[in-house]
Ligand binder design. Structure first.
Ligand code: ADP
Length: 551
């Protein structure tokens, strides 16, 4: 079994005295550290930028060019977690204070022994490790806030800008670009931050590399990656964005610093990229859903408009046809009488459809007026059965009713409730073959029973419209048939306007698919719900419930 061995900590020694430099190098390498020496501050800065990262900077306080303390300050700007130990010929309180202000971990007064040097370096590196851990914790906290912010945005462009802003917060850089992967019907898009930043062609190759590697990749080409105003951006860090294993885009952060992101912040960036990839995918799906929803809304609007126009335009000519047909029928005999009666029967059917359309139009325009009064539900059921009995007899169907005694009287709109019951019973007759059986039950249900029943059924629009405080008791009417039944996947859709189950028997029965949407709307108007339980080939139970309020 192999085990990863941590690489030795790297120490940058900056001292213009070659003897001192050599002494420190030998002592530290003997203690297991890797070292790089610089003979002045400029050389130290170059090493910091080009050979970093270092764990510790061991700098003489006095050097040509920058002082050791100034060098310490710049080193901490390049790498906030670097530990700094200052070597000084004399240590005054002032030097000590200045050192602490510049983030110096410790200092050594020359001359010092090897043991003293290694002990101070070891301690400073230990402090650095603690500092790194606390920086990492702070970065994780920031990451948590970033992912919360990112996940709350569903608009794709706004999300893209937020992702760039959050990434730039983690890694301070001059410019950020989000390249959103294209598809066959959508081109690749690039979002830039700040204004004035632009990406140059040819960068795609470099970004593609990060996908192949599956992690953030530093890019430093001869050709610029992008521009910011009139400045060229030559260095960058490409971070691949994936969701469910698929490439969704890439983040490119640009800055002149070679050490744009330490290994720790690259790790944080990779985590942020993971969140960003998923958030981008969700925003894309949400966009598609929103477009589909808008399409459906438009379709709904067109249906409403069609209903309003058609019902209005059909009403007058229909009245004329019916008026004249009646006149001819009443004044004729024999064939003429019979033919005009047939015209009248047909016109009656059209009138039924136009009446349905008018009802829906009134509901859409919120012009449906409720006339609420106490009424016995069982009486309404009896009336509906009486009216529809001839159609059931024609198909040799049998009826049975189970009505409460004493009768259940509730506050409702009598005409609308009768329409609801009539529609459900008429459908039961229509969609049950010859010799079938229809049963109507009226019951008083506690709210719990209703919740269980509608929870089990395929949801429908009235259930979604239920909100607020629920009544404790409901009056429930259930119409059960042993007819053709409805496939489970269509049980929700039959409540939509003009929707009919695509079966030859449905088509044979005529109708235009408006009855159940009227049932839904009229029940919801009275604070009630409608639901269906059905099994294809075995039959259906349509139920509606109205709240029982004090009558
Ligand atoms: P219509 O009866 O005019 O077609 P509805 O809105 O009343 O319109 O019904 C919509 C569809 O729901 C019907 O076309 C039919 O496919 C289905 N349906 C309604 N009631 C039943 C039932 N009792 N049994 C089987 N299918 C039914």
């Amino acid at each position: 079994m192999t085990q990863d061995v941590a690489p030795p900590a790297r120490v940058l020694i900056a001292d213009d005295d070659p003897t001192m430099c050599g002494f420190c190098r030998l002592a530290l390498e003997a203690a297991g550290y890797a070292t790089v020496s610089a003979m002045d501050a400029d050389a130290a800065l170059t090493s910091l930028r080009e050979q970093g990262p270092f764990g510790l900077l061991l700098a003489d306080i006095q050097m040509p060019g920058l002082s050791g303390l100034e060098l310490a300050q710049i080193a901490r700007e390049v790498d906030p977690a670097i530990a700094v130990v200052i070597m000084t010929g004399h240590s005054s309180i002032d030097t000590l204070h200045a050192s602490v202000r510049r983030g110096v971990a410790d200092y050594l007064t020359k001359p010092f022994a090897i043991e003293e040097l290694t002990a101070v370096v070891e301690q400073a590196l230990h402090k650095r490790q603690l500092l790194q851990e606390s920086l990492r914790l702070r970065a994780l906290e920031q990451l948590l806030r970033s992912s919360e912010a990112i996940n709350a945005i569903l608009d794709r462009d706004q999300l893209a800008r937020e992702i760039i802003a959050r990434a730039r917060e983690h890694v301070a850089c001059q410019a950020g670009f989000l390249i959103i992967a294209g598809s066959t019907d959508a081109p690749t898009e690039v979002i830039c931050e700040p204004d004035g930043a632009a990406l140059l062609p040819g960068v795609r190759e470099a970004v593609g590399e990060s996908f192949r590697a599956g992690r953030p990749i530093a890019i430093a080409g001869k050709a610029p990656l992008g521009t910011l105003g009139d400045r060229d951006l030559r260095r960058g860090l490409a971070v691949p964005l994936r969701a469910r294993g698929e490439a969704v885009g890439a983040l490119l952060l640009c800055d002149e610093r070679p050490d744009l992101a330490s290994p720790g912040s690259q790790e944080i960036l990779a985590l942020l990229a993971h969140q960003a990839g998923n958030a981008l995918r969700n925003a894309h799906l949400y966009g598609e859903l929103d477009t589909a929803y808008r399409g459906l809304r438009e379709l709904d609007r067109l249906k409403s408009e069609f209903i309003a126009i058609a019902s209005h335009e059909l009403r007058s000519p229909l009245a004329i046809v019916m008026g004249y047909a009646k006149m001819v029928r009443d004044r004729s005999e024999g064939d003429q009488h019979e033919y005009s009666q047939r015209v009248l029967d047909g016109a009656e059917r059209i009138k039924g459809i136009v009446d349905d359309m008018m009802r829906l139009r009134d509901i859409d325009r919120k012009q449906s007026v409720l006339t609420v009064e106490p009424a016995a539900l069982d009486d309404l059921v009896r009336q509906a059965v009486e009216r529809l009995a001839p159609s059931a007899q024609q198909k040799q169907q049998t009826f049975d009713t189970d009505l409460p005694a004493p009768s259940l009287t509730i506050a409702l709109d009598r005409e609308k409730a009768l329409l609801v019951i009539g529609n459900l019973v008429a459908n039961a007759i229509k969609f049950t073959p010859v010799g079938g059986h229809i049963r109507i039950v009226v019951r008083r249900w506690p709210h719990f029973d209703l919740s269980v029943a509608i929870g089990r059924a395929a949801s429908n629009p009235t259930v979604r419209r239920l909100s607020g405080t629920m009544p404790a008791e409901w009056a429930v009417v259930r119409v059960t048939d042993d007819g053709i039944g409805i496939p489970r996947d269509q049980q929700q859709r039959i409540f939509e306007r003009f929707y009919q189950v695509a079966s030859s028997l449905t088509r044979e029965q005529g109708g235009v698919g408006l009855g159940l949407s009227i049932v839904c709307d009229l029940t919801a108007l009275q604070g009630g719900v409608v639901w269906v339980e059905s099994e294809e080939g075995r039959g259906s139970t349509f139920s509606f419930a109205l709240p029982i309020a004090a009558v």
